[in-house]
Structures are given as structure tokens and as C-alpha cells.
Design a binder for this molecule. Structure first.
Ligand code: DGY
Length: 321
């Protein structure tokens, strides 16, 4: 039986080589843009496997056009772009890429936290614009990270990795999660808190929870109002978890000190987005896992997952219930 795998973007060379070594046909759109719906509809019909990115929606209607499909591997830990329920009903295994991106993403969370706290982007722009004419006492002053209280929303693998970094900064760490994690509390010195307490006591809040119907709009006006006016919000999970209009209002009015955002409700975020006009917002184009090594490992893991499923083996990371 011939095996066809559709990939929605050209992957790092190692993953391309692996797929080509096992599949008779590997099809991808030869463009550095998300695969178009028409490309997917045209090629998924006789595909056995799909390797996708978080930029393509793999929904029920698309899956219904793929009678041979056995596996979808996404090169991401998040899988809110895939209709896992529809896939499960069709017997399609869905795999993702946790673990390999944990440390890289935690590094970025901390980099964004520090850049926002100490106004690094603003300071760099200030210098390049020729505005640095003297040293003065309160010029470009930010918030201390050392000894501050960090609230982590979502205590999974990345949450723990962020908490480990926080230990080095002498931070007091609160966390909120679907369920308590007594072992991690003990090991990392964490304190569990309900969301209102976490928001009102933290100097820095890092959003790390997966995007689900339960977490969509989790942080809105009501929650932002609980935060200290000196607090910083960091979101490296998914844009839809934080209401962007409410966040803009809070930052603009000064009821929240600053925000660091690696993710947006609509990606790529339009350059005219109101949040991008605020000096107290540090923005990044969804680069949490973007190191060469990690992105290569993610691509390999996604490719391996699909190949394992097609060989009748159970891949390491299956997200179907
Ligand atoms: C993911 O994997 O879900 C991240 O958002 C991108 O690395």
C-alpha cells in the first residue's frame, strides 16, 4: 500500500528527510505561508498522514474529506487548531510535541518578563533615537524581578520550568492550575492560589494555560482589575486567553503597569493593533519555542509521531482522549 503524507509547510531538513525515507509521496505547498484551504482540500483526500503547524485549521469538514487519514501530527504543543473530537470519531490519532520545547519556551517567558519589567525595548529605542543625553535618577526605571511575587497560571511542564528559573531570582511563586500539584509545591516551593488571590498578590503574572473553551477570555476586565497597578502581565500561551480590548484599557489607564505578549488573538497581529501603540507593551511574534535546536526537534517529533501511527505503533504524545 502506498503511503502519502501531506505537510503544511516545508519542515527543517532532518524532518523532511525522515518523512521522505518512509513515505512514497510527501506533498507540501512550496511557499512560506500557511497551507491554503484549497491546497489542503485538494491533497488530503488520499493522504494517510498530515504534519501541520499551529497556523492551519484541521477541522471536521476537512477531516471528512480524508477517508484514508490515520494520523495528524502538529509541530506544536498546543492543538486548539485541530478538532480532536472529530479526529477521534474518525479514528485519526492526533500527536503533538511537548517536552522538547519546555526549556526553550520557559527561557522566552523569562526573557519577556525581564524585558518588560526593565523596559529593555523602550530603552533601546530611546538610545537609538538619540534621546540619551544624560543619566538621571528615575530615567527608564522599571520593576524589580528579584524578590518579587510571580503568579503562574497553568502549572504544566513549562510552568514548572518557569518556576525553576524564578527560584534563581529569589521570587515567591504562586500558581493556579486545574488541579493542585502537591509534589511540585514541595519540590519547587510553590504556593497554590485561587485565581483572584494570585492576580491580586502577584507582581508578575505569566499565562501558560492551554487554550480551551474553559480558558478562552479567562483574563478580562474583572480579573485585570484585581491586579496591582505596578504589576506586569506576560502571555506566552494563546492570545484568546486574555481579552485584548480589556488589556489595552488597563494598560492605557495605568491600572496595570505593563504587558509582555508573545501571542495574539489574531496572528500575525496587524501592525495597527492598539496594543502595539503602547510603550508599556513588549510584543513578540509567537517565538516561544524558536531556537534552532528546539524547532528541529519539534519537527522531528511531529514527523515521527505520524510515521509511528502509520506503522501501527502508539506515538509518544497522543492527545486524543
Ligand atoms: C506551541 O507549541 O503550541 C507553541 O505555541 C509554539 O511553539
Amino acid at each position: 500500500m502506498r503511503m502519502k503524507i501531506v505537510i503544511t509547510r516545508q519542515l527543517p531538513q532532518e524532518a523532511m528527510a525522515l518523512l521522505r525515507a518512509h513515505a512514497d509521496t510527501v506533498e507540501w505547498p512550496h511557499a512560506e505561508q500557511p497551507a491554503s484551504r484549497s491546497f489542503l482540500e485538494e491533497h488530503i483526500g488520499d493522504a494517510d498522514g498530515v504534519v501541520c503547524l499551529l497556523t492551519e485549521r484541521i477541522d471536521a469538514a476537512l477531516l471528512a474529506r480524508a477517508p484514508r487519514l490515520k494520523a495528524v501530527g502538529t509541530m506544536s504543543v498546543g492543538y486548539n487548531h485541530i478538532d480532536v473530537k472529530a479526529a477521534t470519531e474518525r479514528g485519526v490519532l492526533v500527536t503533538n510535541t511537548p517536552d522538547v520545547l519546555t526549556e526553550t519556551t520557559a527561557d522566552l517567558a523569562f526573557a519577556l518578563l525581564m524585558a518588560t519589567a526593565r523596559r529593555l525595548v523602550e530603552a533601546s529605542d530611546y538610545l537609538r533615537r538619540g534621546q540619551w543625553t544624560t543619566w538621571s535618577p528615575l530615567q527608564l526605571t522599571g520593576m524589580d524581578v528579584f524578590g518579587a511575587t510571580l503568579g503562574i497560571i497553568g502549572m504544566g511542564r513549562i510552568g514548572e520550568a518557569v518556576a525553576r528559573r524564578a527560584q534563581g531570582f529569589g521570587m515567591n511563586v504562586l500558581y493556579h492550575n486545574r488541579s493542585r500539584k502537591p509534589e511540585a509545591e514541595e519540590r519547587l516551593g510553590l504556593t497554590y492560589a485561587e485565581l483572584p488571590r494570585l492576580l491580586s498578590e502577584s507582581d508578575f503574572v505569566v499565562v501558560l494555560t492551554p487554550y480551551t473553551p474553559q480558558t478562552a477570555g479567562l483574563i478580562r476586565k474583572e480579573q485585570l482589575q484585581l491586579m496591582k497597578p505596578t504589576a506586569v502581565l506576560i502571555n506566552i500561551a494563546r492570545g484568546g486567553i486574555v481579552d485584548e480590548a480589556d488589556l489595552y484599557d488597563a494598560l492605557r489607564s495605568g491600572s496595570l503597569w505593563a504587558a509582555g505578549l508573545d501571542v495574539f488573538e489574531t496572528e500575525p497581529v496587524p501592525a495597527s493593533h492598539p496594543l502595539l501603540t503602547l510603550p508599556n507593551v513588549v510584543t513578540l511574534p509567537h517565538i516561544g519555542s524558536a531556537s534552532v535546536r528546539t524547532r528541529t526537534q519539534m519537527a522531528l517529533l511531529a514527523a515521527e509521531g505520524v510515521l509511528q501511527a502509520l506503522a501501527g505503533q502508539r506515538p509518544r504524545h497522543v492527545v486524543n482522549p
